[in-house]
Design a protein around this ligand. Structure first.
Ligand code: WTA
Length: 659
């Protein structure tokens, strides 16, 4: 947090707008941007209604734009019907886009596969026919646990085609996390692969599904469809398990898209919140797709000849919106990558940009920071060694990008000719909310700049009072927008409590601290709740704590985030065992065991970087754990705060020395 605040005070550099980009931009300049903002301000319904009619293909036109009769459960275009897959694929048939490459897929080992829009349409139809033949239909829920592949796009689009709500689980999550999501979402179908390939390694997926489905609460799952990726042998449950290639064999290459209400849940995506249980963020069909497409046109400024590359995994919202739905609806050619940025070397991204002539590149600060490190230690991995002149726009998402990383990205990747789009948004917002626009916004390193047209953002204090520029507070969005979260699956009360608490006075509370500067630019300071951001992945401290206390030896655990130069934040855990405090080799051994345990309970991304054992945790006399103090201890800094309210101040010394 503090580094972001400092940069607001000291950052004075301004870059752009960039004439080369502005000359052809879809939103042609500040005046055009302002005009759109004013149109929305004057008539929100008219604005979104116009765009929804212009940009989407409706089976049944809507007559109502925003229905706020049950706020904050907002509904958009809710008497209209459409099909999302038809809007991503069928709309291009019979146009020149049909024979254009939809996806350039590069495998972990470098093998490249291309698929056109027409071919993708046919594969989606075949797969949809396959799952239809198994009896799945509109209203069912499918869990998708697949690696980065053309197949995952096919699976998601096929679900959308039939009105089956999908819930994608990131391949890095454990069988336990997978199980929780299967149960919570009430899945009847699971789509997975034998294994995934990343960084030269094979990582099993099917066996995690088997394990998840052997647990109670998943009896409703009738089929597991398996994409054969590695060819390694897997256990097989006859009657339940089906190979994807066998299912689609002989299926027709057309499949009538099922029209659904605009509010029909397209997907549910789990994300961390401030309690132990992840939240199932429910998204709509019409409003979500409209904004996914508009942000492709506005933020990424896509043109017919662009080669777009979003490096996110489809297991996160970024992959949903900017791989599976936005780019296809926009009819753009995109690169999709199976592997990791550092395999076989840390030059992989730069090589791929050059090889595929990428024009729009979208990645995360954590990747940028690790590639900076690699480039600084070995010149061969430096982007200057590669021809990156195809790039026009470069973007960033997932966490605050520090001004140093921003400048490096701008200078060495964008060669000072490409705007850096620092896009702020969330799983819940569905799409970009605060972001620069290529032909419009002068850039300040470290700021996500201004709201998109139709979005009104503000900073409030704890009483809901709007704060003036230069004062830090809570980021809110004042009016509903079409791609917003509809509810938390199965828990509407939690939805209201998390995002529309009384203090926020009817505004959407984002959960981020932020401030505005005198130019109205937003500067994000980080989460204000107990959510960490590790390598751009959201992680609840309570989630990690519950995983740790589930270990038979652990009596109590407290988890905090520590600033980290590469991953943004790192997990530091303070643990009280049900046995005396271990030291030396025993402590190291137990720490390893607990890290692996958390890996199994949640997934490798949640493994604590550091574990410190103590007899106790610092608590107030009323028993509340003082995480504030633990954050200082985790940084190995001296405690200057008043500790007189602590029940057991001596514990702080013990935990400090435990390092
Ligand atoms: C953080 C990812 C600063 C923020 C799309 C938010 C950012 C959380 C930015 C959402 C950014 C995302 N600058 N912080 N440009 N983008 N964040 O749900 O704290 O995985 O609340 O969505 O990431 O993470 P999520």
């Amino acid at each position: 947090m503090s580094s972001a605040i400092d940069s607001v005070l000291t950052e004075t550099r301004v870059f752009g707008p960039f004439d080369r980009v502005a000359a052809t931009a879809n939103i042609s300049g500040m005046d055009a941007y302002r005009a759109l903002c004013e149109e929305a301000e004057a008539d929100l319904d008219g604005f979104w209604g116009r765009l929804a009619r212009e940009h989407l293909v409706w089976d049944k036109p809507f007559t109502r734009v925003l229905n706020d009769s049950d706020a904050p459960f907002y509904r958009w275009f809710d008497d209209g019907e459409l099909n999302v897959s038809a809007n991503c694929l069928d709309r291009h048939l019979g146009t020149p886009t049909a024979n254009k490459t939809a996806i350039i897929f590069e495998a972990d080992d470098g093998q490249v596969t291309r698929i056109t829009y027409k071919e993708l349409y046919e594969r989606v139809c075949q797969f949809a026919n396959g799952i239809k033949s198994l009896g799945y239909k509109k209203g069912d829920r499918a869990i998708i646990y697949l690696p980065m592949s053309i197949e995952v796009v096919v699976a998601m689009q096929a679900c959308a085609r039939l009105g089956i709500t999908h819930s994608v689980v990131f391949g890095g999550f454990s069988s336990k996390s997978l199980h929780e999501r299967c149960v919570d979402v009430g899945a009847t179908l699971v789509i997975t692969a034998d294994e995934q390939k990343r960084g030269g390694r094979n990582i099993p997926l099917k066996s995690a599904v088997d394990e998840a489905l052997s647990q109670a609460g998943t009896e409703g799952v009738r089929h597991v469809i398996v994409y054969r990726r590695s060819g390694s042998s897997v256990e097989w449950k006859d009657g339940r398990d089906i190979w994807m290639h066998e299912l689609v064999e002989g299926q027709g290459t057309d499949c009538e898209p099922v029209p659904v209400n605009a509010e029909h849940p397209l997907f549910i995506l789990y994300t961390s919140g401030s309690t132990g249980k992840p939240k199932g963020v429910q998204h709509s069909s019409g409003g979500y797709l409209l904004s996914a497409l508009l942000t492709m046109l506005w933020t990424f400024d896509v043109k017919d000849d662009d080669i777009f590359w979003c490096t996110a995994d489809v297991g996160w919202v970024t992959g949903h919106t900017y791989i599976v739905y936005g780019p296809l609806a926009a009819g753009v050619t995109q690169i999709m990558f199976e592997g990791v940025p550092t395999y076989p070397t840390a030059a992989r991204f730069w090589e791929m940009i050059e090889r595929h002539q990428c024009t729009i590149f979208y990645t995360a600060p954590t990747a940028i920071r690790s590639l900076i490190k690699a480039a600084e230690s070995n010149d061969e991995y430096h982007p200057k060694k590669f021809d990156l002149t195809s790039l026009r726009i470069i973007g960033s998402v997932g966490e605050p990008i520090n001004p140093e990383a921003w400048m490096w990205y701008f200078t060495h990747v964008g060669r000072e000719r490409c705007p850096v789009l620092d896009t702020w948004w969330q799983t819940e917002t569905g799409v970009h909310i605060l972001t620069p626009l290529p032909g419009v916004t002068p850039l300040k390193p470290g700021s996500c700049t201004l709201p998109l047209p139709g979005i009104e953002a503000a900073i409030i204090d704890e009483n809901g009072q709007e704060l003036p520029p230069g004062t830090g507070g809570f980021l809110v969005i004042k009016k509903p927008w079409p791609a917003m979260i509809r509810t938390i699956w199965g828990d509407p009360e939690r939805f209201k409590k998390s995002y529309f608490p009384p203090e926020a006075k009817g505004y959407y509370l984002a959960g981020d601290g932020a401030q505005r500067d005198a130019d109205g630019y937003f500067w994000i300071m980080g989460r204000i709740d107990d959510v960490l951001n590790v390598s751009g992945h959201r992680l609840g401290t309570m989630e990690v704590e519950s995983a740790m206390v589930a270990h038979p030896l652990v009596a109590e655990a407290a988890v905090v985030g520590r600033q980290d130069a590469t991953t943004g934040e790192a997990v530091v855990a303070f643990v009280v065992l049900k046995r005396p405090v271990p030291t030396g080799e025993e402590a190291q051994q137990l720490a390893r065991e607990l890290r692996d345990w958390v890996g199994k309970e949640i997934g490798p991304i949640a493994k604590p970087r550091e574990i410190r054992f103590g007899e106790n945790l610092p608590k107030t006399r009323s028993g509340k754990i003082m995480r504030r103090l633990l954050r200082v201890v985790a940084l190995n800094e001296e405690i200057t705060q008043d500790v007189s309210t602590l029940e057991n101040p001596a514990i702080l010394d013990q935990l400090s020395q435990a390092y």
